[in-house]
Design a protein around this ligand. Structure first.
Ligand code: PLP
Length: 428
């Protein structure tokens, strides 16, 4: 049998890179044990929800046509609602992505003359067009919904006095983004989100608190819906799909919010009653069942990368020992060659398309070239190991995912291997 160190060597990881990686891994044992315990806790949550709803083989049958009484769809939505501790949930392949789910959640609860406030500063890029911050066809602005923004404090915390002051008679909904997205601000933990929601509800209890939960699901033991959020919203090709969902999005929340969203997704009068599961139920159930441990794997990968590169003098956010509430990791490589070498390594470590070399390209909507690495089973799935970054200072790679920790570890070691081969880094 080949020793693991030689196996790595055979796959292109030099003994020096491997040994440094092992040292970093050994230093993270306590941290990884905590993550395993959170996964265990969250696994029980999902398992209990499946047992309570008596999930059985019938739920995996494929619904078609209108999808009236689609058992799989209804069972899955009950399982999501029980896991997120909400009254209801909408979990559909007809919701095409995270942006669609967020757009649906917003547009279904807001009416002409209403105002929404983002209380975590600038929202995720794609929401700018949904809201109409950048003029766009069909935006909320076109329907007479106004928008305000309360920036985070310079320390990256909610500005509670400013939030209180911003809420007015027309404020119908506040949006909170848990993950940092592609900004340098810190991600917002569930306990921080709890404080912000308390502040909003004290000011006006009827304001709807919606959380963009993308990349956050199962990272902590509590979800924003456990601390007062009326709606949590996310994508199934991120954490809750567990790597098995081929598409989809979810909204979990109060009956009122979920019913609003259903009537907007399908049609007034039809709501949740239509929308066939089209054969995806098994993968949605199974992916959700696996999601706590898949998320834990991605989280360990992020923490491994942070510590590996921090130890070599690179600036990383979050820092190697900071607490986490999402699976995103940024590593500032400091040069174009560094960023490209990093992404080439992630690509070379992938199970799919490992033989291709990622090239920087002019992506629509960006002001500089962008390089992306992804060798995924599901196109664009960022719960799978993936990295991207704009070719401008500080040349940060945004890195996330990994369906298993051994794979995340391999991809990250491969990125470091490429960096060392190009003389961009010296091992200690
Ligand atoms: C991924 C993501 C979204 C939605 O993106 P899609 O690519 O449309 O799925 C929204 N907000 C945050 C914070 C995200 O990470």
């Amino acid at each position: 049998m080949t020793a693991i160190r030689e196996y790595y060597a055979g796959m292109g990881i030099s003994p020096a890179v491997y040994d440094y990686g092992e040292k970093v891994c050994a230093s993270l044992r306590g941290r990884f044990a905590e993550i395993d315990e959170t996964a265990e806790y969250n696994q029980l949550k999902v398992l209990a929800a499946m047992q309570k709803n008596k999930i059985s083989a019938e739920h995996f049958a494929s619904g078609s046509g209108y999808g009236y009484s689609d058992l799989g769809r209804d069972g899955l939505e009950a399982v999501y609602a029980d896991t997120f501790h909400t009254e209801a949930a909408l979990v559909r392949p007809q919701i095409t992505c995270g942006t669609h789910a967020l757009s649906l959640a917003l547009s279904s609860c807001l009416r002409p003359g209403d105002e929404m406030i983002s209380i975590s500063g600038k929202p995720y890029d794609t929401l700018e067009e949904v809201i109409g911050i950048r003029p766009s066809r069909g935006s909320l602005a076109e329907y007479g919904v106004t928008y305000r923004e309360v920036p985070l404090t310079p320390e990256g915390e909610f500005d509670l006095p400013a939030i209180r002051a911003a809420i007015g008679p027309r404020t119908k909904l506040v949006e909170i983004q848990r993950s940092r997205g592609y900004l340098t601000r810190p991600s917002l933990t569930v306990s921080r989100i709890a404080e912000a929601i308390r502040c909003v509800k004290e000011t006006n209890p009827s304001v709807i608190c919606m959380v963009d939960n993308c990349y956050g699901e199962f990272v902590e033991r509590l979800e924003p819906s456990d601390v007062g959020a009326d709606m949590v919203v996310g994508s199934l090709i991120k954490n809750p799909g567990g790597g098995l969902a081929l598409t989809g999005g979810y909204i979990a929340g109060t009956n009122e919010c979920v019913e609003n969203a259903a009537c907007r997704l399908t049609s007034p009068g039809l709501g949740r009653e239509v929308g066939p599961s089209l054969g995806v139920s098994r993968s949605f159930f199974q992916g959700f069942f696996l999601a706590p441990v898949v998320t834990a794997a991605a989280l360990k990968g992020a923490i491994f990368a942070a510590n590996l590169y921090e130890g070599l003098g690179f600036s990383v956010t979050p820092g190697g020992s900071e607490p986490r509430t999402d699976i995103i990791q940024a590593v500032e490589l400091g040069s174009e060659e560094g960023l490209c070498a990093f992404c080439e390594g992630i690509q070379a470590g992938a199970p799919v398309d490992s033989y291709v070399t990622p090239e920087p390209w002019d992506m629509p909507g960006y002001d500089s070239k962008v390089i992306m690495a992804a060798g995924a089973f599901v196109q664009g799935a960022s719960i799978e190991l993936s990295a991207d970054g704009p070719l401008r200072s500080p040349y940060a790679a945004y890195f996330q995912g990994g369906l298993t920790f051994p794979h995340a570890k391999f991809g990250i070691l491969m990125s470091l291997q490429r960096m060392t081969e190009k003389g961009l880094v010296k091992l200690p």
